[in-house]
Design a protein around this ligand. Structure first.
Ligand code: GLC
Length: 410
């Protein structure tokens, strides 16, 4: 089940990586469609190794990979018959998605596919009403019905030729709305989601549908995502919508600052920061989908590999406090979060102590024992059942990433 996995790898990669300036480079530099298409002649990812990608994710403790199949630049990273702008027409000439899908299935990692609803290169995409990709030189009148048919044909390929797909991750809806946070954000076009979602569930009934539309879930969606923020937060300015209490949740974040490869981006998040994000997500009942943007040749830079390795080591020891747990039973607190599994509550002290008492409001359980996860030593506590409050007499010291207290419930 989706929410049991808790940790996944997002991969943003394609010919845009060649320009070393993030996956929005076409839009940001106003590159014309004809000029951008030249990238097809020299996108040649000779160092791409599906086996390595999957092994890297596994060693990091990740349970799934969400792979960009087609981003806003319209390039398809698989052998599609619906467009020439695809991996088979590069000097590389190999279906990277096929290699990755086979390897995921072999190594037991679940595969999700990112698919952009927005397109900066096609004439039939309704760019006239869009917010982005306005200066890529398109003049022909758009035709959403033709574009919808194109998307359906592509999705049919993706859900027919690559074995079991666990989910489709849509993005780009916001191109047709006002800026997030404005009073009303109706879409300027009717995407006909019921047709798209219906097709997906018909081809692979188990396939989960999520849409990074930055609004409340739409009928037919199976999980809800938050971009660069934990559910309930809105630091990045995309998440004015509230967290669903019904659907499983996911937060996506970058390992440095950008999604696609950016040669000047060295805002690397430390492994402790990533652990805190992951635990923070679990405590809010959400998965963390952590992105890497491989280099244009397909190689994954050392900084990412090292960080992922360190996170994997931590999870090898503390994974039981994260995987298959439930969050949000006790609301996130200043000091950290609580995750629950079976008859155990794991208290995660993520922030340095302001006092030597940790307060858990809304605690309505009977306690069998309270011990430190690392040392098994008893922790003193006061249970105020009348006020549903538990006080733990303990504190986290500065250099600990996450001090975990295990509460065995009756
Ligand atoms: C945004 C960006 C996109 C990225 C996505 C990942 O929607 O447009 O480039 O793929 O976030 O969450």
């Amino acid at each position: 089940m989706f929410e049991q996995m808790r940790f996944g790898m997002f991969v943003h990669w394609g010919p845009s990586s060649l320009l070393g300036s993030g996956e929005w480079v076409m839009n940001n530099r106003n590159i014309k469609v004809n000029d951008y298409r030249n990238l097809i002649h020299f996108f040649n990812p000779i160092a791409f190794d599906a086996k390595e990608y999957v092994a890297l994710a596994k060693n990091a403790g990740m349970k799934y990979i969400t792979f960009i199949t087609r981003h806003h630049d319209g390039f398809s990273l698989w052998d599609t018959k619906q467009s020439d702008f695809n991996i088979m027409n590069t000097p590389y000439k190999k279906d990277v998605l096929k290699m990755l899908a086979d390897e995921c299935h072999k190594q037991g990692i679940k595969l999700f596919l990112y698919y952009s609803l927005l397109d900066w290169t096609r004439d039939d995409y309704p760019y006239e009403t869009g917010r982005t990709g306005k200066k890529t030189g398109r003049t022909a009148k758009s035709d959403y019905n033709s574009y919808l048919q194109f998307m359906k044909s592509q999705l049919t390929e993706l859900l027919t030729n690559y074995g079991k797909i666990e989910g489709i991750w849509f993005d780009g809806h916001w191109d047709q709305t006002n800026k997030e946070g404005e009073a009303t954000t109706p879409s300027k076009i009717d995407w006909k989601y019921s047709e798209i979602y219906g097709l997906i569930h018909q081809l692979q009934p188990w396939c989960l549908i999520g849409n990074n539309h930055h609004i409340n879930p739409i009928d037919g969606e199976d999980f809800q995502m938050f971009e660069r923020d934990l559910p309930g937060e809105n630091k990045a300015g995309y998440s004015f919508h509230s967290a669903s209490t019904i659907l499983p949740l996911e937060t996506c974040q970058t390992i440095n600052g950008s999604w696609g490869y950016d040669i000047t981006d060295n805002k690397y998040k430390s492994y402790s920061k990533i652990i805190k994000l992951l635990v923070g997500a679990s405590g809010r009942n959400a998965n963390l989908l952590l992105n890497i943007g491989p280099m244009p040749n397909g190689q994954i830079q050392k900084q990412f590999v090292d960080t992922l390795g360190a996170v994997g080591k931590w999870l090898a020891k503390y994974g039981e406090t994260v995987y298959s747990t439930q969050g949000n039973i006790i609301k996130p607190q200043d000091w950290g979060v609580v995750t629950f599994k079976d008859k155990v509550a794991y208290v995660h002290l993520l922030e340095s102590a302001k006092s030597d008492v940790v307060e858990l409001p809304g605690f309505n359980f009977k306690i069998k024992s309270v011990t430190g996860f690392d040392d098994n030593v008893k922790v003193k506590y006061t249970l105020d059942s009348k006020n549903s409050k538990l006080l733990l007499h303990t504190a986290k010291d500065k250099n600990q990433i996450d001090k975990i207290i295990k509460i065995q419930l009756k």
